[in-house]
Design a protein around this ligand. Sequence first.
Ligand SMILES: Nc1ncnc2c1ncn2[C@@H]1O[C@H](COP(=O)(O)OP(=O)(O)O)[C@@H](O)[C@H]1O
Ligand SMILES: [Mg+2]
Length: 247
Amino acid sequence: MLEVKGVTKYFGGLCAVHDCTLSVEADSITGLIGPNGAGKTTLFNVIAGVYPPNQGEVWFRGEKISDAAPWAIAGKGVARTFQTPHGFPQMTIMENLMVSPLRQKGEGVFRGLLRGARVRAEEKAHRRKALELLDTIGMVDRRNELVVNLSAGEARMVELVRQLMLDPQILLLDEPAAGINPALCGKLLDLLRRLRHEGLTLLVIDHNLSFIMELCDTIYVLSHGEVTPAAVSADPKVIEAYLGRAA
Ligand SMILES: Nc1ncnc2c1ncn2[C@@H]1O[C@H](COP(=O)(O)OP(=O)(O)O)[C@@H](O)[C@H]1O
Ligand SMILES: [Mg+2]
């Protein structure tokens, strides 16, 4: 579904990602693990079109996307969460979810004025979907809470759900479990597994080795901008040796 082919990304003289090749199978959960500063977020930014790669290409469903703009890539069904949530902190959870969907019919000035039946029906469907998603993370009752009042972990979950409002085909998650307490982490695992069952493909970055190992079918290790092949890195002993940490 997603192929990263020999991607290199420099920031000035610093090589953040070097000749990185990996692929994400449809309906899989693929993990990307590596120490701080390894280049994980940079690789996500290249895939999402935030930075063009200096070398290499990114392909999504047989189409080259590494020369497309971020909004165009999002429109093709590639969604991503940020390490620090990017929503609207002074708005409620529900409002954050309702502003998310791409190409809402009520967006144009004319349509907004007319507020036709189609627009209202679409808004109703979005509202229903938002409530369902909040239910899966146990936050329906808090839908009118301002995002600024949430814990870091809760804000992260809202960010995830906000991206799901876009109906993506693949979702890139940047450290979804960071700052999340164990109870919420269990809910997150359940949610991600359920999403995969429903046909969403996931690429997940995390530091937390046990979280990644529990969740992912395939794991890539990124270290100093270099990725190691999945077949090797799927071995927990190799990961442990690579990161110098126990699982
Ligand atoms: N926008 C940027 N400008 C300059 N250097 C950056 C930028 N983004 C990341 N870097 C550098 O690239 C390297 C990889 O960073 P990053 O991709 O954030 O790593 P990770 O997400 O694995 O912790 C780091 O040395 C970081 O300082
Ligand atoms: Mg990062």
